[in-house]
Design a protein around this ligand. Structure first.
Ligand SMILES: *[C@@H]1O[C@H](CO)[C@@H](O)[C@H](O)[C@H]1NC(C)=O
Ligand SMILES: *[C@@H]1O[C@H](CO)[C@@H](O)[C@H](O)[C@H]1NC(C)=O
Length: 365
């Protein structure tokens, strides 16, 4: 039964692998400007840490897809808040911010958490106070664009939203809501929101210097229409990113509320530690999630200590990621086709069962 499930999951997911030398920059989604920004810093006498900060900051400035940086993904109150993390695989030190308000350069603040504190994660308004102390400017993250998204949502009875088991019915009314006591479990398929690709892109970046030092980082403005205070997987160590020198690093993008329950980036690094290729590791980490959330969508990228790069994705129509090393003059964008939906899977499942039955019947004759 377990084998059978594994085969089904393999059909469900699409994978990618190749090998590269160091130094190396890899990041999620077709955002080569971020890759180039990181690469250019890496080629000056700077560290992999500087490169990850420069690469993610480039996407924060460019507002990549509206899902990184200011002016995107307004929450229910119309505010944009940011999540970011940076992890240094040579020291296992991490700096992260969650639900950071009113500061544009979230990855920069995360770096100060790493370098100027003994903490790992600062959140909300108090993270803003810390950022100001570190010299960052306090400014609004709202733009006309984000105000428009919020107004349209408000005019549409606050649809979609992320509330569950409350009254009035969140599928037709705005809040405020009160909880209803219920024995029914939440069902993923009833999830109110279309978790579309553009609703949860995250930049996840892995930089390896020529000595094999791994640094991984993330930056995002999270989910559009999130409940104020929500923090996604991006600033959670082992969920959005993980790095360990001598083993490798991994980054994740996708439905963060689900992904952070499984620590997929940590799983990839751990599986690589136990001998898996990055592709196998990424597929296995997705499999674990799919067992519980078959409609989940997400993509994982891993880089191993020997330069092997692997990726796997599910649920998105397509997942792309960028790679830059010494050979490629330009950043190369690699595409992975992901199987689209559960329907695909079910059709395959039925076919497989049919084939299985025929085989069984043939052999039993
Ligand atoms: C650079 O990366 C590409 C994948 O984008 C890979 O095919 C190529 O072999 C790598 N070059 C080196 C020198 O590792
Ligand atoms: C934003 O909207 C306001 C009022 O509608 C307008 O005056 C302003 O020029 C707009 N700003 C930009 C950057 O488009």
């Amino acid at each position: 039964m377990h084998k059978c499930l594994s085969i089904l999951f393999l059909l469900l997911m699409k994978m990618y692998s190749c090998k590269s030398s160091f130094p190396l920059v890899v990041n999620t989604w077709p955002w080569p400007q971020a890759t180039d920004a990181a690469w250019n810093v890496l080629k000056s006498p700077s560290t992999a840490l500087d490169a990850v900060v420069a690469g993610c900051a480039k996407c924060e400035e460019d507002q990549c897809d509206g899902s990184v940086g200011f002016g995107g993904s307004p929450d229910e109150s119309g505010e944009t808040t940011l999540d970011a993390m940076i992890m240094d695989g040579s020291t296992m030190d991490i700096g992260a911010v969650g639900c950071l308000r009113k500061v544009k350069n979230a990855i920069g603040v995360a770096r100060h958490v790493l370098e100027n504190t003994e903490h790992t994660l600062l959140v909300g308004e108090l993270a803003t106070e810390f950022a100001k102390e570190m010299g960052f400017k306090e400014e609004t993250l709202e733009t006309n664009h984000s105000r428009n998204i919020w107004q349209t949502w408000k005019d549409n009875n606050c649809q979609p939203n992320f509330h569950a088991n409350v009254k009035p019915d969140p599928k037709s009314s705005c809040g405020p809501y009160t909880p209803i006591m219920t024995q029914t479990k939440k069902v993923m398929s009833e999830r109110n929101v279309d978790i579309s690709q553009s609703n949860h892109d995250t930049i996840g970046m892995i930089v390896v210097d020529e000595k094999g030092n791994f640094v991984a980082g993330t930056s995002t403005n999270g989910l559009t229409h999130k409940i104020p205070g929500r923090v996604g997987d991006s600033p959670i160590p082992g969920a959005g990113a993980y790095a360990e020198n001598g083993v490798g690093a991994a980054v994740a993008t996708g439905d963060g509320d689900v992904m952070m329950r499984f620590l997929p980036a940590y799983q990839i690094v751990e599986l690589m530690h136990n001998g898996a290729t990055p592709t196998e590791a990424a597929s296995k980490a997705l499999e674990r999630i799919l067992k519980f959330y078959p409609k989940f969508n997400g993509a994982l990228v891993g880089v191993r200590n020997d330069g092997e790069i692997g990726a796997a994705c599910v649920g998105f129509p397509k997942f792309e990621f960028c790679v830059k090393n010494e050979t490629s003059a330009d950043t190369i964008i690699h595409g992975v086709d992901c199987k689209n939906s559960c329907t695909d899977w079910k059709v395959k499942q039925i076919r497989l069962i049919a084939v299985g039955l025929v085989l069984q019947w043939t052999f039993s004759l």
